[in-house]
Write a protein that binds this ligand. Structure first.
Ligand code: 6GU
Length: 248
């Protein structure tokens, strides 16, 4: 059975990239069943209004609860199963590789990306008692809306589904992957030609010594993590470091 993904948004056209490349192919192969819905289809006024002024005053507009609840109720239907509801917001729990791996086990995800200043908080309160609701953010910056975050999350989760990546091994070697790569970013990669504009490929990669290559790659990952993400290295537990790591 494919993983089902529903997305409710006032910009359904924003999700055209989900027809492309890895995710597009996963859809065509029947691994992912992605359905995009127009939130305004659940409004009842001629202007198809989805927003209103914030109680208490302040800048911007807030998304009204009624279109969201009607849309979510219609998508969820009266099926036996219920989706996990993902509400992208910069104030949410950080979306990490760990969360991506967790979502990849779910049979059904429903995304509710907001525009303006966000959705009336009573929507999360209401559905929190009916299904699992996650408010998640993708980084410490502010986007104009949750749509780009949904693209990011669907791509991170989609590539983890069985049959999506050509090489099954590549998921285990990912930056941030649990296990040996826990809290490390990946080091540099090379392909042919062996010398390009005077730059040589590190000779160890041409040595055929797979043990030495694995050790070199781990050293490079440690070096790069120290340079670009020192806070990740600091968090690396002793259990994630071997004796040779400490010499790097
Ligand atoms: Cl999920 N939404 C918006 N609007 N901004 C963000 C974000 C999400 N994550 C980081 N910034």
């Amino acid at each position: 059975l494919p993983m089902r993904v529903d997305i409710i948004s006032i910009f359904p056209e924003y999700f055209a990239p989900l027809d492309v490349s890895l995710i597009g192919k996963a859809r065509r192969k029947g691994i992912l069943d992605i359905r995009v819905h127009q939130l305004r289809d659940w409004t009842h006024d001629v202007h198809r209004t989805v927003d209103d002024t914030p109680y208490g005053g302040g800048p911007g507009m807030v998304m009204k609860p009624e279109p969201w609840s009607e849309a979510i109720d219609a998508v969820v239907g009266d099926a036996e199963a219920v989706p996990r509801l993902v509400v992208p917001t910069p104030s949410g729990r950080p979306f990490t590789q760990e969360v991506a791996l967790e979502y990849a086990k779910e049979p059904w995800l429903l995304f509710a990306p907001a525009r303006y200043e966000g959705i009336d908080a009573r929507v999360v309160a209401e559905y929190g008692s009916r299904l699992r609701v996650d408010e998640v953010g993708i980084g410490d910056y502010v986007l104009a809306g949750g749509e780009a975050a949904v693209l990011v999350i669907v791509e991170a989760v989609g590539r983890l589904l069985p049959g999506v990546l050509g090489n099954a091994g590549s998921v285990a070697d990912d930056s941030f992957a649990p296990g040996a790569m826990a809290s490390l970013v990946e080091g540099p990669v090379y392909t042919k030609p062996p010398v390009w504009r005077g730059h040589e490929v590190p000779p160890i990669l041409l040595s055929g010594n797979h043990g030495a290559i694995a050790r070199w790659r781990r050293d490079e990952a440690l070096r790069r993590t120290a340079a670009t993400r020192p806070e990740l290295l600091a968090r690396l537990g002793r259990q994630n470091l071997d004796k040779r790591d400490l010499e790097v």
